[in-house]
Design a protein around this ligand. Sequence first.
Ligand code: ZN
Length: 391
Amino acid sequence: MNYLDGIFEQHLKNENLGRIYTGHNEHIRRIYLDFNDSLQVQMKNTPSLPKPNLYVTTLSSEFSVFTFKAQGHYFIGISIGTIEALSRFFQFLYSQPYFDPDFGDITKERETALDLSLNPDYLLNYFYNYDLDISPNCLARKTFAIQVFFKAINYLLLHEYAHITHGHLDYLSRGKQNYFYYEKDTINVGNADIEKALEYDADSAATAHSLKDDTLFSMFGALAISEYNLKLNIKELNIAVYFLNKLTELTDIDFEDYAHKSHPISDQRTSTHIDVTSTYFMQRKDHFSFDVNSVIEYGIDVIFKLAALAYSKMFNKEPIDDKLIFFYSKQGLPYLNNVRSKWNTVRNELKSYAYVEIASENELLNGERLFDYEEIIEKKRSRDVDRSGEI
Ligand SMILES: [Zn+2]
């Protein structure tokens, strides 16, 4: 029995499969409703899309999100631990006065001293186990934090759904009736570039659907949306996606490992999210009564001037990760080209499994901004030395 089959047997088939969580948890009820809405939007024009059951498993402390098929039926699963930890994290974020200081009444908030530089393997587990009260005191900030949390969960589930509708699960299962796909970063020599290509594809779909499924769009149509409301929604989504990527990443991945990792590094995933968002709005710019460029730029500012700075303060790390710089440099390009070329091969096979049209050749990971990585890092180093006054 292989690793994934083992998890399926141990955690799902015998214990939790069929045992949907029925506790009185408002969060879980809302997750079901939100995700169901998202599925309805997607199925409206494509009625043949599969309708997976959503399982909330009682697996508690472990970060686990997965998709699987059993006897040819599709399922998406998420653990209560993931739900609780994400909810707590976003509330923690908005309880910190240095985060988003222009929003709500920060005089009510007090900074929590919390040593997050401990770097547990999965940061999410840290928030699941954290037992202080970390809710924001300002009601507006608390409400916003909960909105961001729901956006994050929905994004996660849409990502899983894309693994089904884009045929990834059927492609990987090679005709087996039962197959389990667990979102856990693994070192996978030989198959890693294919898995990464599928992850980028699922991410792109989750971003596109998060934008498309927006209730503002479906209720009023693009023309009726104010620039202010759209920016607010982009802010929720971008904070959600940035931290989701950061929190679910294994820490301290080095470049050598990247080639063998099943999942892309978090900053590169976020960067892809920005690219897809920009493309999405540029393609629809005539549908809006305002300049979409200002919305795109606002979304980028949310990531770099708000989310990345808060991450840097919380975890005592560089705001712009060296890894992100690397993957936009001459040195990093071959790694991305490997993933892109795998996509170009794999997508032809995927077509026979997919329920929707999938990205065309070279569409994943476009945008090449080339500079010399060593040069940039050297400049950064000398700047840091200047600042510290050692030279
Ligand atoms: Zn995935």
